[in-house]
Design a protein around this ligand. Structure first.
Ligand SMILES: [Zn+2]
Length: 93
């Protein structure tokens, strides 16, 4: 009995979205919290990094916007709209 001989199945979970990094800019006076793609020039120094899962969660909250000036809106909004809820067809625009 050699335990080392037991094959270990390390299934690498590769979510395609995992390679993206995002920045969350907190709400400022009169402005909603904003998600940016990492490196966006519109992000402030106060923005803090998020992974994609968290970015989507934050973005799903009312009062959080995706920056239209970088990849955030283009990349995250379609994912969000395609539904974390199973069927993604409730939102039409
Ligand atoms: Zn941005």
């Amino acid at each position: 009995m050699d335990l080392n001989a037991v094959p270990t199945h390390r299934t690498a979970i590769t979510a395609p979205a995992a390679r993206w990094a995002w920045l969350l800019d907190g709400p400022t006076r009169g402005r909603a919290a904003t998600i940016h793609a990492e490196g966006c020039q519109l992000a402030t120094d106060h923005a803090h990094p998020l992974n994609t899962t968290v970015a989507l969660e934050v973005l799903a909250r009312p009062g959080t916007a995706a920056c239209p000036g970088c990849d955030a809106a283009e990349t995250l909004l379609p994912i969000l709209h395609h539904g974390q809820n199973g069927d993604g067809w409730e939102e039409t625009d």
